[in-house]
Design a protein around this ligand. Structure first.
Ligand code: NAP
Length: 336
């Protein structure tokens, strides 16, 4: 195939970043069309690269010059574009979350199975991070025996006042929900959230920190600490305790300073920088796969698993109860 001709729906923050990386860093793809409900914004990014500009996703998806679509609108608008792409049979990379409700994700899964082709990839970019890939390689090698429990932290310096309690799941823990399920290849069966003593740096609408427990079919338990006003930095950790040893997610290299009687290492402050390479690898592999007629990324089923699991965690945030997770059996279509 010649260059993959890509249409991008949604020219906000991450849409512009993906357009920039496809245009200036990656190979094999070209952005030929962009759309946004805020059409001036679409012109601002589309005009300099000679892309056709639309004010709606249907026209972009149906443009015969567009081979594949990237959807970077806010979550509530994803379903419409994804369904349009499935309808016409074009591959689509959809930023997380696949949709904002489990029912909508199930509809996408059903439509994709009906189409008979793997078309929908969800933007769970941690799977493309070098350090998570190293951890998965070690786990898959079998050298560490069975994983028994996982301890993860998602620490973030601060959030705005529009960030509320459910967002700790839907916007933040959603990455852990997907990457842990991918790392250990287990199924979630129930979820629980416990609220420890609260920080003075939070506000009325946000419980912070939160301790989230995900129980898996094998008996494995994952504990995810989400603390989004921790003040000190953006710090993602994951430790997997196995039968034969412990695997820690490597932290990105950072200089250590000896000064004034102290030994210090800086902590990343900006979430965008922590996973910047993962976004490049993610989009490059998607372009390569589409050009080669392959599919290897996170599926619409993974998007549904994340939605159902997130709903169970949110249901537990108020009550603290253990909430069952009922996803149903993975359809044969999604089994590798
Ligand atoms: P954003 O800055 O608000 O950008 C979204 C853009 O889409 C805005 O320009 C918005 O226009 C436009 N839009 C809204 N409805 C639309 C529609 N129906 N058709 C076309 N355009 C529409 O949001 P963002 O931060 O880029 O996030 C976009 C998505 O990426 C979200 O799902 C988010 O969760 C995801 N994301 C993922 C990661 C990751 O780590 N993988 C990181 C960041 C974001 P208006 O502003 O005029 O409404």
């Amino acid at each position: 195939m010649e260059l993959l001709r890509i249409g991008v729906v949604g020219c906000g923050a991450i849409g512009r970043e993906h357009i920039d990386r496809i245009t200036n860093k990656l190979s094999g793809g070209k952005v030929v069309a962009v759309s946004d409900v805020f059409v001036e914004g679409a012109h601002k990014v589309g005009d300099p690269i000679g892309a056709t500009v639309y004010n709606n996703s249907a026209d972009l998806v149906n443009d015969p010059d567009v081979d594949a679509v990237i959807c970077t609108t806010p979550g509530f608008a994803h379903k419409e574009t994804v369904m349009q792409a499935i309808e016409i049979g074009k591959p689509i990379f959809c930023e997380k979350p696949l949709t904002t409700s489990a029912e909508d994700s199930r509809e996408i899964v059903e439509a994709e199975i009906e189409s008979g082709r793997h078309l929908v990839q969800v933007g769970f970019m941690r799977r493309y991070d070098k350090s998570y890939r190293q951890v998965k390689e070690m786990l898959d090698s079998g050298e560490f025996g069975k994983p028994l429990y996982l301890k993860c932290t998602h620490w973030n310096p601060e959030v705005g006042t529009n960030y509320d309690t459910p967002m700790a799941v839907h916007d933040t823990a959603i990455h852990e929900i997907d990457v842990l399920h991918w790392l250990v290849g287990d199924e979630y069966v129930s979820a629980q959230v416990m609220m420890p003593r609260q920080t003075k740096h939070t506000h009325r609408e946000l419980k912070d920190p939160q301790l989230m427990f995900l129980n898996c079919r094998s008996g494995l338990i994952a504990m995810v600490e989400v603390f989004v006003n921790c003040r000190f930095g953006y710090d993602i950790n994951c430790q997997i305790v196995c039968e034969e040893g412990v695997i820690d997610l490597p932290t990105p290299a950072s200089p250590t300073f000896r000064k004034a009687g102290g030994l210090t290492t800086a902590i990343e402050q900006d979430w965008k920088r922590r996973f910047i390479d993962a976004y490049d690898v993610e989009i490059q592999e998607w372009i390569n796969d589409v050009r080669n007629g392959e599919f290897n990324g996170p599926t619409a089923w993974d998007g549904l698993v994340a939605n159902v699991t997130a709903d169970a965690l949110v249901a537990s945030q108020e009550s603290g109860a253990v909430v069952p997770i009922e996803i149903g059996e993975m359809p044969a279509f999604y089994k590798k």
